[in-house]
Ligand binder design. Sequence first.
Ligand code: SF4
Ligand code: SF4
Length: 294
Amino acid sequence: MRKPTVEWQVAGACNYDCSYCIVSRRFRRGRPQRQQLDLAVAFLASLPGRWEVKCSGGEAFAHPLFMDQVVPALMRRTPHRISVLTNLSADRRTLMRFAALTRGRLAVLSASLHVEFVDPAAFVDKLCWLADQLEPDASVVVNQVVLPGLEDQALACRDLVQTQGLRWFPQLYKVKRSKDQRAPGQDPMRVADYPDAAALKRVLGGLGGLGGPRRANLAPSYFGRRCFAGVDYLVLDKDGDAWACRTAKRHGQGHLGNVFDGSVVRWTAPLPCPYHLCPCTVPANRGMIAGVGH
Ligand code: SF4
Ligand code: SF4
């Protein structure tokens, strides 16, 4: 069943600076202003039915208005469920407030483990503490990018996370292709090379095989499959632009309008996917792509 979802980049800026961040430092900036946030929430409130609004960044909690304006407004003015993708750097008091504010409406809390900035044991301890404050039907998941050459470090993190009964969700590292490395129409991103296939298998094998999009983000291709991106799945960026999906945005396609000027129009019917890389598991796991993740 399709679960309508908006991924909202509440802020471009982030308080971390991971060496492997998919968003280059140059673009990892910017925070919508109060009035722009208000317009974004008004757009979300206008969506028919109950959607999942997945707030991300940059780092959503690093936006000073996330807790004081965005979360309360989503709760008050929309019927939607809220999810958040966070590096879990917010202080415990803020996280406790978030848990209280979203009670009854929290869908997924995705916490990204960035070992360049946090001690994994301290991260897991904080997440267990937070999970105890959340309602039982909220999903909690730990995301981690598995870097080539650092598979054993990822393996140790995976075991630490799973020992605490938490779900660990690995992502393969994606790198950008420069313009001269790219054939016409080819995706600007690709999965990095993993020279040590056995090491990668050790990490992913503990998940019961490579599995589908619920087990790991392997950035597959769904080329040609019917996809509801642009219809029941949207990406809303920090500049207020709405896109059919992340890949479409990278290709400069699938622009649906801008929420700041009220011009967003969703597509009315699914289309065959024209791309060869679907780097984000949200559309797959929300039933947007024919034959995937149902
Ligand atoms: S926490 Fe996420 S958004 Fe921030 S620098 Fe690291 S990878 Fe990028
Ligand atoms: S399958 Fe993935 S890449 Fe293709 S249109 Fe859908 S969301 Fe975009």
